[in-house]
Design a protein around this ligand. Structure first.
Ligand code: PLP
Length: 399
């Protein structure tokens, strides 16, 4: 096949590769414990499902306006006002097929060939790939575990060039679980304004924060940075609605218009029924309790997972403050053997753990962090306990 240069530049998703291997082992009858999940293990709340069933029964099954139905845009405006304290107009909102499409639309509309996009590393696997597809060049800004994996102005500054166009921030963060404070964001906003860099703020995990942390959006700091920020969010993670494919973005109206025009030719509107379900997710009074219950359960699992990991000699991790992932530092296992196989990086660690103990984790190299593997706690407490027992045995067996 004579594939395009663009198509050949896409790397296959490493997270999906682990998942595929784990599924294959499962189908062969192995008892596999998966820590790879990037989605809540809870079911979508019933009140949301009912709204979708009503939408079908009422024949709400046709094309809608490309950027979303007006009542959903209004609900998003109200949600953003309540959640992050920013007042948007409906023409500053777009509804897309997941937060992922919002990010794609935005980068496509912002990047000319060669424009550089700053991405904090460790990063969500899709950012660099989307940047490349949109003709931009990903530039990774290192963050340190000792600084809670948070972006610091001093680390961004040396990487800014004349071609720097966009900075992506993601708080709460996948994969690190970091949650940026107002002060952290003020430092970044100051720099973005000074160097005229547009900010894409991916806030998809905003409802999943723990230990009394609050989610702050960079757009809420002041009107200057708000005018240079696209806030991205959606219902996938907060309402256990990953399969419904609804995300939304809020930002400058010229950008939103361009994103909507692009979407009009790419996919048209997001699913009409899922839009109605999302309207319910954002407006039904039951939503807060539903989110709260999921967040409490995640927090309990997180506590257990972190305590267990830090008791295993050779492994360590920080207490994540948001999302549902733990970055486990495995660097002390490097150079050790399991049978005749040496652990030399995150891939060999993850492969050996899956082969020998049937536990699936995502190698940190997928996120640009080879000294770590990512564990998701979006799985039952029982799985977490059994999985960590096996990880402990695995590490104890290394010599
Ligand atoms: C950081 C981050 N942003 C965006 C997304 C995509 O969300 P959606 O399902 O709304 O496309 C994910 C999903 O894993 C994510 O982890």
């Amino acid at each position: 096949m004579n594939l395009s240069q663009k198509a050949r530049s896409i790397s296959p998703s490493p997270t999906l590769a682990v998942d595929a291997k784990a599924k294959q082992l499962k189908s062969e009858g192995h008892d596999v414990i998966g820590f790879g999940a990037g989605e809540p293990d809870f079911d979508t709340p019933d009140f949301i499902k009912s709204a979708a069933i009503d939408a079908i029964n009422q024949g709400f099954t046709k094309y809608t306006p490309v950027g979303g139905i007006p009542e959903l845009k209004k609900a998003i405006v109200d949600t953003l006002k309540e959640d992050i304290g920013v007042a948007y107009e409906p023409n500053q909102i777009i509804v897309s097929n997941g937060a992922k499409q919002c990010i794609f639309n935005a980068l496509y509309c912002l990047c000319d060939p060669g424009d550089e996009v700053l991405i904090p590393s460790p990063y969500w696997v899709s950012y660099p790939e989307i940047v490349k597809l949109c003709g931009g060049t990903p530039v990774f800004v290192p963050t340190l575990e000792s600084q809670d994996f948070k972006l610091k102005a001093e680390n961004i500054k040396p990487l800014i060039t004349k071609k720097t166009k966009v900075l992506i921030i993601n708080s709460p963060n996948n994969p690190t679980g970091s949650v940026y404070s107002r002060e952290d964001l003020e430092e970044i906003a100051k720099l973005a304004l000074e160097y005229d860099i547009f900010v894409i703020s991916d806030e998809i995990y905003d409802k999943l924060v723990y230990d009394g942390e609050t989610h702050v959006s960079i757009a809420s700091l002041n009107s200057e940075i708000c005018n240079k920020t696209l806030v991205v969010n959606g219902v996938s993670k907060a309402y256990a609605m990953t399969g419904w494919r609804i995300g939304y973005a809020a930002g400058p109206k010229e950008l939103i218009k361009a994103m909507t025009d692009l979407q009009g030719h790419a996919t048209s509107n997001a699913n009409s029924i899922a839009q109605k379900a999302t309207l319910e997710a954002l407006t039904n009074p039951a939503r807060k309790q539903a989110v709260e219950e999921m967040a409490q359960e995640f927090s309990k699992r997180r506590q257990y997972m972190v305590e267990r990991i830090n008791k295993i000699k050779g492994l360590s991790c920080r207490m994540p403050k948001g999302a549902f992932y733990v970055m486990m530092n495995i660097s002390e296992t490097f150079g050790k053997y399991i049978g005749d196989k040496v652990i030399k990086d995150s891939t060999t660690f993850a492969e050996a753990l899956l082969e020998k103990y049937k536990v699936a984790v995502v190698p940190g190299i997928a996120f640009g962090a080879d000294e770590y593997v990512r564990l998701s706690y979006a799985t039952s407490m029982e799985n977490i306990q059994r999985g960590l027992d096996r990880i402990e045995q695995f590490v104890n067996e290394l010599s």
